[in-house]
Design a protein around this ligand. Structure first.
Ligand code: IVH
Length: 690
């Protein structure tokens, strides 16, 4: 569009659109390349929507380098072929993962350059060998016009519409716009993005990927760019293809810097080094860093730094003589799955663990790997006796990613965790698995040693038995020293056992004993909550206490009866039945009652419906004796509701000292206002009348 034909409005729109495009590109660069976000997401979205609106009003503003054009293409039938004007080479691999791998390469380079022993060291550019998929990006006059896969090196596939969805890749180069600039690099997936993608795939019942490389390659070769757009792909540039009208630097390191200045992501882990010893040191340094990198690498790459020397060295059959990939131990290996056992986690979850024929993978010998859960075993169809691919990457736990079906000999039975482990291998309680749940669990929550720490912390929590001073550190010591096994042991503690703990003086030991003693007198709702029954939160516990009145009635209830309680559906009902069906739990409960834990049970004064049923209260200010939680409990115990703000529907506002705007609002709306005494009177009056 030329300015002289445009209306003033259109001119202003064109100016604004250009400014928005530039600003969004700047934020994309900051976020995806520099990893230093500049604005909040909401602000970014606002800019984006403003640009979209402008382009909707003036479609001629929709330029190919507009960020709105990253996802747009229709699904393709196939990818058109692309002939690379400069072939895409591959790299020779040095599989000797020791220091001598670097020496062999340097010696060959020196020999081919005709250098003698006394001649100076060769200068190299060293970088990472990313484990993804090679892509060539073609920019013409600064604008991204094409992205292609490597293919056979001569001809690749045009995957432009997928690559355009990567926001780390600029649609327009920063700085001067050469006639042609082809930038080559690797599309990859970060490990965390890979895990998240696989989780999403599994949840959607779609196939999961074995490793980030397969996931990246599969995503780039997606015929529907809308799907590719949802894959969180990343990119690192590492070299050049065709250039025209661009001043090519003299060294490879210079090239990388120049590419970074054009706005493309170049990995920070790169160095200019002299001679074999420095190469070997780089290999070792990156090797130590490998696990903590957020993405997979399978080695490092050394390139002769001088482009003139590179030219002199040339290449043999697609492999340049001036570069080598120096590998690390593989992060995947194939081994025999000998058996499947289970591990019981802190929440009682049973994780199937593969017992493997020892195999060297990711730099260590692996004998165990996780199989996650029964659904994963089914989905991957992993069976005992299979040859399996084991992956150990980064700091993550080694996992069995897939069986090798070709190597399965004969019929192997499917693995069924519940059949194999009907009872918990740690405590012998029965194992349950909810209908819609992936995870099988030990039901001996109060009894199982694997769950002790978690169970005790929950039991002592402020909203459960409220034992002040029984925190993380104390529980840890009590459990580790086998002083406390189940909550019952808390009520048998003496001052000596406690005072012996780290950072626990006599005074705090006494305080803790007093707090434990005080907790003996509680409410049924708190006690139910304290049991840590799966899926039974504080509100459900309160509801259960109200409806059943007595613990024995709750323990005897079947799923049908339980589902009569508001908010209790089939899953919660099942969890409750499972919990009380476990004799170990019932034993602990009986012992707790024998140890003096008690509550006011089945008080006839509380009618099932609750005396304050149907009334809504708002609390404000400080009451003379009741805390906010206690006042709330008092009201809710009688079936009343406590709301956060005053409205016409509020029945009463209970006001204490320093009551603020809620009191004023109640007055304005004519809502009844009571003090604490008034609240107590209301409760008593209603109970006696009930
Ligand atoms: S340079 C000089 N540099 O490894 C030859 N390649 O077999 C051109 N790769 O398909 C490649 N990291 O995708 C180069 N820092 C790096 C690399 C790298 C990974 C991949 C590349 C290529 C394969 C070479």
């Amino acid at each position: 569009m030329t300015a002289q034909h445009a209306t003033p409005d259109a001119q202003a729109a064109a100016g604004r659109a250009a400014a928005l495009r530039a600003e969004i590109a700047r934020h994309d660069h900051a976020y995806y390349v520099l990893d230093a976000p500049t604005i909040p997401d909401a602000e970014y979205d606002r800019l984006f929507r403003e640009l979209q609106a402008l382009e909707a009003a003036y479609p001629e503003l929709r330029t190919p380098d507009s960020p709105t054009q990253r996802v747009g293409g229709k699904p393709l039938a196939q990818f058109p072929p692309v002939r690379h004007r400069v072939p895409m080479l591959s790299i020779r691999t040095e599989t000797d993962t020791g220091a001598s791998g670097a020496e062999t390469f340097d010696a060959r380079v020196r020999r081919e350059l005709g250098l003698k022993d006394g001649d100076p060291a060769v200068e190299y550019s060293a970088e990472l060998k990313f484990d993804g998929l090679a892509i060539s990006l073609r920019y013409e006059h600064g604008v991204l016009v094409q992205a292609a896969t490597r293919g056979d090196g001569e001809t690749g596939e045009d995957v432009s519409s997928n690559v355009r969805t990567l926001r780390a890749i600029p649609l327009r180069l920063h700085g001067p716009a050469p006639a042609v600039l082809e930038i080559r690099g690797e599309v990859y997936l970060r490990r965390d993005d890979f895990e998240a993608l696989n989780r999403r795939q599994a949840e959607a019942g779609e196939k999961t990927f074995v490793n980030p490389r397969n996931a990246a390659a599969g995503s780039i070769r997606q015929l529907d760019p809308a799907i590719a757009a949802r894959r969180p792909l990343s990119f690192f540039a590492y070299g050049l293809g065709e250039t025209e009208g661009w001043a090519v630097p003299d060294t490879h390191a210079g090239v990388l810097d120049a590419i970074a200045a054009c706005g493309l992501p170049v990995c920070e882990h790169r160095a200019v080094l002299q001679g074999a010893a420095e190469l070997a040191a780089f290999h070792a340094r990156i090797g130590a860093l490998r696990d903590s990198l957020p993405f997979d690498i399978d080695g490092v790459v050394y390139k002769v730094n001088s482009l003139a020397l590179q030219q002199r060295l040339g290449f043999v059959t697609r492999e340049p003589r001036w570069a080598v990939a120096h590998k690390y131990p593989a992060q995947e290996a194939v081994t025999l799955l000998r058996d499947i056992e289970v591990q019981v986690g802190r929440t009682g979850a049973l994780t199937p663990v593969a017992r493997l024929e020892p195999v060297f993978v990711g730099g260590v010998t692996v004998t165990n790997a996780t199989l996650h859960n029964q659904d994963e075993i089914d989905r991957k169809d992993v069976r005992i006796g299979d040859w399996v691919i084991v992956r150990r990457a980064g700091d993550v736990i080694p996992e069995v990613v897939a069986p090798v079906p070709e190597r399965r000999t004969g019929e192997l039975p499917r693995f069924d965790l519940l059949a194999r482990f009907p009872t918990c291998p740690v405590c012998g309680s029965h194992v349950v698995r909810g209908e819609d749940e992936a995870v099988a669990r030990c039901s001996g929550g109060l009894f199982c040693p694997a769950q002790r720490r978690q169970a005790l912390l929950h039991f002592a929590g402020r909203r459960a038995m409220d034992i002040d001073g029984l925190g993380d550190k104390v529980v840890e010591q009590l459990v580790d020293n086998a002083i406390v096994k189940t909550p019952v042991d808390l009520y048998r503690l003496g001052i000596l056992a406690l005072a012996g703990l780290e950072r626990m003086g006599e005074k705090s030991a006494q305080n803790l004993l007093a707090a434990i003693d005080k907790s003996r007198s509680t409410t049924l709702a708190r006690f139910i909550f304290a049991l840590g029954i799966r899926n039974v939160g504080e509100a459900t516990a309160r509801e259960l206490a109200r409806q059943f009145g007595k613990l024995d009635a709750l323990m005897a209830a079947d799923e049908v009866a339980l589902q009569q309680v508001p908010d209790v559906g089939p899953i919660v009902a099942r969890s409750i039945v499972d919990f009380f069906a476990e004799p170990h739990n019932c034993e602990v409960i009986a012992q707790l009652r024998a140890a003096g834990v008690h509550w006011l049970e089945g008080e006839p004064a509380v009618p099932a419906a609750g005396a304050l049923q149907g009334r809504t209260f708002v609390l404000t200010g400080t009451l003379p004796t009741l805390t906010r939680d206690e006042a709330k409990a008092l009201i809710e115990a009688q079936g009343g509701k406590v709301a956060g703000s005053v409205s016409k529907k509020t029945s009463y506002v209970i006001a204490g000292e320093d009551a603020g705007s809620k009191l004023a609002k109640a007055e304005a709306l004519g809502v009844a206002i009571l003090d604490e005494a008034g609240l107590r009177a209301l409760v008593n009056e209603n109970i006696t009348n009930a």
